[in-house]
Design a protein around this ligand. Structure first.
Ligand code: COS
Length: 383
């Protein structure tokens, strides 16, 4: 059920205020400490941010996709590392349970994920399976009616170091090397046989962490199966369809922040005896950024509304993620250009965003994977 417009506006206003008053002043510190402070995480919990997409009956806000991307537009107005804290609970970590979980699985996990008491991560990627997700090799061998024995390594897993539960994709049918041999599981992180690697050093988004998750003879109870055996790839793809809209929404938010910062700087900075904003070559860069950002906003909202109306949006979500993530890369590049030398200097903060947004073109499916998904679905629709 969508929120009434007044409640929706109240939610967006409180997120907007939290972002501008609490998060923006902490951007530098979070980047240099590589840590989002605990008191900020506690405030995110109080605001209900961990439960944006989780149904109200399990303690979440139960937002529609359109409402969720409107929140993403707000969260994107600051360092994306903050969004990453809640990102897996809202998206790829929880949505497998929401869409495919049994009642008992939902009751066990969703209230804790909605409140932020527990963090969820999504274990799909492996050292040898990135874009080719169906090639994953982590194995889950069923032993009688009790448990599966899981062995394998998952790579670059967001929030793994804080996770209480993993949505794990593993191969249950070794004879089937493709998508049909994969099953999904909801695995408590405290099971014996699970080791979390130390956070990787990254190009950007300091404060957001990714780690290896290694399974060694880990006994996963049969009740942890999520959906049917052999359906795990479908679970992963449907979770990602939704996640791609969320990421596209964040890209729009970040682009709006960068356009504002660049325009403000252009209105202050003087060269050749006038504000640089008066130069048409600067105006052209601002105009291109504004046009592309607006186009992405419209695309994300349209695809989200289509999903809320019950349509499959695999192609539209891929279009939105592809366009919005490439767009924010161009906008960040132009922002650095408008700032000139200052754009290259850490204290001005623009170079940090330039690095932060680079991952949007890679995770939850590279731009090339989105192109593939778009073309395949387009051609399929033509029969
Ligand atoms: N929704 C439901 N089912 C889907 C689906 C979707 N969006 N996409 C694919 N499927 C199903 C297909 O219908 C097919 O089922 P059948 O065999 O029953 O027909 C099955 O899944 C395999 O699909 P496909 O043949 O398209 O798989 P491919 O191996 O060709 O891979 C891509 C498809 C490349 C699109 C996929 O591997 C992918 O998205 N890779 C990127 C992974 C990614 O985003 N990683 C980021 C890590 S998580 S941060």
């Amino acid at each position: 059920m969508p929120l009434d417009l007044e409640t929706r506006e109240q939610l967006l206003t409180s997120v907007r205020r939290f972002v501008s008053e609490r998060l923006v002043p902490l951007e530098d510190k979070v980047a240099s400490d590589d840590l989002v402070p605990d008191d900020v995480i506690a405030e995110m919990r109080e605001l209900g941010l961990f439960g944006l997409s989780i149904p109200t009956e399990y303690g979440g806000l139960g937002l529609t996709m359109e409402e969720e991307v409107l929140v993403c537009f707000e969260l994107g107005q600051t360092s994306p590392a903050f969004r990453s804290v809640i990102g897996t609970n809202v998206g790829i970590g929880s949505q497998g349970v929401v869409m495919f979980g049994r009642d008992d699985q939902k009751k066990e996990w969703l209230p804790k994920l909605a409140s932020g008491e527990a963090v969820a991560s999504f274990c799909l990627t492996e050292p040898g399976a990135g874009s080719d997700a169906a090639a994953l090799r982590t194995s889950a061998v069923r032993k009688g009616n009790q448990y599966y024995v899981v062995n394998g390594t998952k790579r670059f897993i967001t929030n793994a170091n804080r996770a209480a539960v993993f949505t794990l994709m593993a191969r249950t049918d070794p004879a089937n090397k493709g998508a049909g041999g994969i099953s999904a599981f909801l695995v408590p992180a405290n099971l014996k046989g699970i080791t979390i690697g130390k956070p990787e050093r990254k190009m950007g988004q300091q404060g957001a962490h990714i780690c290896d998750v290694v399974f060694e003879d880990c006994h996963v109870p049969v009740e942890c199966l999520l959906g049917e055996e052999g359906q795990g790839f479908r679970v992963a793809m449907q979770v990602l369809d939704r996640g791609r809209l969320h990421i596209a929404g964040v890209c729009v938010g970040v682009s709006e922040r960068l356009i504002r910062d660049a325009a403000k700087y252009a209105l202050e900075r003087e060269q050749f005896g006038q504000k640089i904003a008066e130069f048409q070559l600067i105006q052209a860069m601002l105009a291109d950024s504004q046009t592309e950002s607006y186009a992405a906003r419209c695309m994300v909202l349209d695809a989200s509304r289509k999903r809320d109306a019950g349509n499959s949006v695999t192609m539209e979500a891929a279009c939105a993620k592809y366009f919005a993530s490439e767009m924010v890369g161009r906008v960040a590049d132009r922002a650095v250009q408008i700032f000139g030398g200052a754009g290259y200097v850490t204290d001005y903060g623009v170079e940090r965003f330039y690095r932060d947004v680079r991952i949007f073109r890679i995770y939850e499916g590279t731009s090339q994977v989105q192109q593939l998904v778009i073309a395949r679905n387009l051609l399929k629709s033509m029969g």
